[in-house]
Design a protein around this ligand. Sequence first.
Ligand SMILES: [Zn+2]
Length: 518
Amino acid sequence: MEQQPEVEVKVFDTTLRDGEQMPQLAFSVQEKLAIAAKLDELGVQVIEAGFPANGQSEVEAIRQVGREVSAQVCGIARVVPADITAAIEAGVDMVDVFCSTSPIQMEQSMRKGPDQVLAASVDAVKMVKDAGLECMFTPMDSTRTEDDFLVEVCGRTVEAGADIIGLTDTVGVGTPASVGEMVARVVAAVSCPVSIHCHDDFGLATANTVAGVLAGATMVQVCVNGLGERAGNASLEEVVMALKCLYGIDCGLDTSRLYEASRVVERISGVAVPRNKPVVGSNAFTHESGIHSAAVMRKSSTFEPGLMTPEMVGHRRRLVVGKHTGRHGIAQALTEAGLHPSGEELDQIVARVHQVADAGKRLMAMDLFAIAETVMQKVPAAKRTIVLDQLVVSTGDKMAPTASLQAFVDGEKRVEATVGVGPVDAAFRAVKSMLDGKLKVEIAEYHVDSITGGSNATVRVAVTVEDASGRRAYADAAHVDIVMASVDALITAINHLMRTNGQAESQPEGSRHDADAA
Ligand SMILES: [Zn+2]
């Protein structure tokens, strides 16, 4: 990580603490280490690694994170000596001591009055400072705390030695205006830096965090993919990119690693990133409409923010064809790819595209070209393709899962039967054996999502394949049968790879698509 001298706002990532407090989420030590490593590569300045008072295994996990990252490591603690002792034992650089300061939380949760809260907070800060550690004091539920009391508790804890004040919108009721006013008030009253921590109950976490920065906060508290309690925390990727691209405020992160970090957290947490999630969602730079996609191919900023490119966040631009792509859009995309179908051929291509789109499958630009070339009978011999004819899978608790696959490879009928550890594995082995070793393909990623609930759900399977030279191709497919969806996606991905085999790997900006070499 290169040191950026002009870092104005630091990133305090709490994926491993507030993120982990998401219902039904718990990270193992190994998972915490894997996520912490990604955060460290990103260049996050502070990693809140957990809640040491949770027990010895949490203390050990935090200690291990601290050993393996170069970022500062923080542990959270209530204003009770046992929590602070546990944090010290966990070897953290910083302790985030928090105490409820809103009337409702002091009464219902703390069962303490304002004077007791003040005294306990001051004592806790002193204990952290006596241990020689950096101390952040967090008035929990800041946005519902009375203005005067918030300033008083911040002032008193800073006098007691707090190095940072962590203002919070714990229940997500702040607005950009109210958070901005709160931050400005506290910044004016204390001599130390102020950090801002927002929740997304009304979808305002990113906007509120940015408002906090504009009002003087110099540290943002965020989670990768916006994980966290209830609707989650402010998303690291959204806050960092909004500050960088819209306000020119650099957080010092290597943003080209954001997409990768998001995928790692998605995989480990099991919390799927919505397709339409800003910055890191799979649709963040995907275009469907024919007119839009043609314009994007010419100049990407026509229908993208322009200030943020997929390259900046390590993402990819995708062009997809679907039911919204009209005859004109399809013709335009084909013309730009050097394919000139006759009117009758175009009718057939459009009908095939809409047939596939109606069946729930997402089509990439390469699928469109494949369909067009088939209709126009233009598939050159060098561009080998697999066309599935029939698949039979048998499985059970007393037999080896077996797949029997019939397909056309370059127009030649082939039959393969293989066993595997499961039905998907058996089917994948059968597909791979059809390649005769001419193309060595490994499955780089395999991901299954249930689109609807219930055991009759439609599943979407995404497969990324990689050949011996490291070129990758991605495809996904949806089906009510998981094996069919898997094989469909695998064959599409392999076809992409074979069709682009030998083509120039670098293409002009805007014409990149899914099957490009990575
Ligand atoms: Zn929180």
